[in-house]
Design a protein around this ligand. Structure first.
Ligand SMILES: NC(=O)c1ccc[n+]([C@@H]2O[C@H](COP(=O)([O-])OP(=O)(O)OC[C@H]3O[C@@H](n4cnc5c(N)ncnc54)[C@H](O)[C@@H]3O)[C@@H](O)[C@H]2O)c1
Length: 275
């Protein structure tokens, strides 16, 4: 029997990609779901698909960077659905721009959504997860939380921060013997809209089409459905770290073996692909 069966699960950024696939797989594994996104049409499409396979679904338009909104949302979900067992902080955005070119406001927006959005969701739901007596937090980092990539300093900063925050939280909750498990997820390339929806500094805006085509054709090797299954299998096994895809596993091993020398290889690969 799946741990997820009969549980109440929350997914942010569920209007597309990995979030949508997670919502659908949670329903298949027997959960009641509360899903949210800033993309109302995308969210409704996910809800429709989830209901078509028998899911009980609550939908809300939530910007994860709005702390007070997220706090109110957490209390409201717990009150309406009786408890919250699983929170997946998945919402995220991508951005292209070098440090010297990038305006502060762009870096701050990436941190607001990709880092603070995860912190807001974690802190708002933690009391409810603990009160459930059997809770789990999943925070979505990236392989970009394992190694640096040129043009990705903002996204790298947010995803490394998610990893540090989540790993510290995992240890704190274990030491305090709280009934809440924690998983940090590092996907490799997943076939979603993340790069198509990415923003870029002016100097790179012309390159976006090429980057997006390269991502779809070469880099995104795993389907969202596969990613959702790997994440939820990791939750069932209470794994503290989940890597998704052969690319993520290779990068993780390579960075640990090469140490800082990985930068030479990444510089070479980035120059070759023109990204
Ligand atoms: N696709 C990949 O290759 C990949 C790799 C590593 C990590 N990730 C991470 O996986 C997560 C999901 O991304 P995806 O690939 O499914 O992308 P996606 O663009 O298909 O979906 C992301 C969803 O998040 C929503 N969103 C964006 N900003 C939001 C906000 N402020 N509040 C609420 N929702 C917001 C979007 O509307 C969208 O529906 C992200 O955190 C991303 O960084 C993706």
């Amino acid at each position: 029997m799946s741990w997820i069966n009969g549980k109440v699960a929350v997914v942010t950024g569920a209007g597309s990609g990995i979030g949508r696939a997670l919502a659908l797989e949670l329903v298949r594994r027997g959960a009641t779901i509360a899903i949210s996104d800033v993309d109302v049409a995308g969210l409704e499409a996910t809800a429709e698909q989830a209901r078509a396979i028998g899911g009980t679904v609550r939908t809300d338009t939530i910007d994860v960077s709005q702390r007070e909104v997220v706090e109110h949302y957490a209390d409201s979900v717990a009150a309406e659905l009786g408890r919250v067992n699983l929170v997946i902080n998945n919402a995220g955005i991508a951005y292209f721009g070098n440090v010297t070119e990038m305006p502060y406001k762009d870096l701050e927006r990436v941190m607001d959504v990709d880092f603070w959005g995860v912190v807001n969701g974690t802190k708002a739901f933690l009391p409810h997860l603990e009160a459930s007596g059997d809770g789990h937090v999943v925070n979505i980092s990236s392989v970009f939380g394992l190694f640096g990539v040129p043009s990705q300093s903002a996204y790298n900063a947010a995803k490394f921060a998610v990893r540090g925050f989540t790993e510290a939280l995992a240890m704190e909750l274990k030491m305090a013997q709280k009934p809440v498990s924690v998983t940090c997820v590092h996907p490799g390339g997943i076939k979603t809209n993340i790069v198509r929806n990415a923003t870029a500094v002016d100097e790179r805006i012309d390159q976006k089409g090429d980057i997006s085509a390269h991502f779809d054709k070469v880099l995104a090797r795993t389907t969202p459905a596969k990613a959702a299954n790997v994440i939820l299998d990791g939750v069932e096994k209470k794994k503290v770290r989940v890597l998704i895809g052969a690319d993520a596993k290779i990068i993780d091993a390579f960075v640990r073996v090469a140490g800082p020398r990985y930068q030479g290889v990444v510089r070479w690969a980035s120059g070759k692909s023109g990204i």
